[in-house]
Design a protein around this ligand. Structure first.
Ligand code: GLY
Length: 307
């Protein structure tokens, strides 16, 4: 049996005109992971393929679609973990790299480290031949700066968005991730993000922190989305692994983690996808929505839901 679960972030999901593009992206991402798994490929390769589709889409907060920090610069985070070898790779505050998830995989495969950050993470990735972020992005930045200025000035054309933005400043769009189970019974996880909207430059979130936003072992694989600081403080990935080791299935693990997140930090704090060694899927969130989907060898077609 093989299975893949992906998310395109927990959050407010206010722009309904984007829903069908996001749903198509989720379906494409599931198909990308499934084609690796169907051919007998590894869970690790599958989650990376799935996340690359999400990063390249431009409609989610990762890779090409990353939200800029307070200075209008794009700094991204990503992490991958292979449950079979218990090895991981991650990058924090990486710039100018189209697919941070590939950079994270290279850290796993080519170095003795788990996490590279900042300028040297970017230099490492580009030296390994990864493509740079397309310069077209600068148009998006100008638009973004203009939008922020209009928000600050209370532009009435953006009244509803402004109200939402004030209520949920951190959750406009979120993070992408994937977990997979391959036909050998191995699990893997990958998470990638542009981070919180208007974050301070230099801020690193939970996604590249192994044991927080990303984790996989021989029992379970998880990828978190939401306010990274809370996900770190609860050690979500490690906690999920402990729950699974105590025999809980992935659906119960995801529910327990989100119940804990809600009880400690309130609603609108995050979401989680989880997949266990028996193929049980867990999806839980405490936000108004979370783009999500799954596909397995037992299904005739992938399932996606937005928001
Ligand atoms: N969960 C993504 C972040 O906080 O960066």
């Amino acid at each position: 049996m093989w299975s893949v679960v992906v998310h395109g972030g927990a959050g407010v999901w206010s722009e309904s005109e984007k829903f069908s593009a996001v749903k198509d992206t989720i379906l494409k991402s599931l198909e990308a992971g499934a084609s690796v798994l169907r051919a007998g490929g590894s869970a690790l390769d599958a989650v990376v393929e799935s996340v690359m589709v999400l990063e390249d889409s431009g409609v989610l907060n990762a890779g090409v679609g990353s939200y800029p920090n307070l200075l209008g610069e794009i700094e991204m985070d990503a992490g991958v973990m292979d449950g079979k070898s218990l090895r991981a790779g991650a990058v924090g505050c990486i710039r100018n790299v189209k697919n941070p998830v590939l950079a994270a995989k290279l850290v796993l495969e080519k170095t003795d480290h788990v996490l590279l950050v900042g300028e040297w993470a970017s230099r490492f990735a580009l030296s390994m031949g990864l493509p740079a972020l397309n310069s077209d992005r600068s148009k998006g930045l100008l638009k973004y700066r203009d939008l922020v200025r209009r928000f600050e000035e209370g532009d009435t054309r953006y009244k509803s968005n402004l109200a939402l933005y004030k209520q949920y400043p951190h959750l406009f769009h979120e993070t992408v991730g994937a977990v997979a189970l391959d036909i050998e019974g191995n699990l893997a996880s990958a998470t990638s993000t542009g981070g919180l909207a208007l974050k301070l430059p230099g801020r690193v979130g939970d996604s590249p922190l192994i044991g927080a936003g990303t984790y996989a072992d021989s029992n379970i694989a998880v990828s978190a989305t939401g306010i990274g600081e809370y996900i770190m403080l609860l050690g979500v990935g490690v906690r999920a692994s402990q729950y699974a080791e105590n025999g809980l299935p992935a659906n119960t693990v995801a529910e327990k983690i989100i119940a804990l997140l809600t009880s400690r930090f309130g609603i609108n704090s995050g979401g989680l996808i989880a997949l266990d060694k028996n193929g049980v899927i867990g999806i839980s969130f405490n936000t108004p929505g979370m783009a999500r989907g799954y596909y397995s060898s037992e299904m005739s077609e992938p399932y996606a839901m937005v928001p």
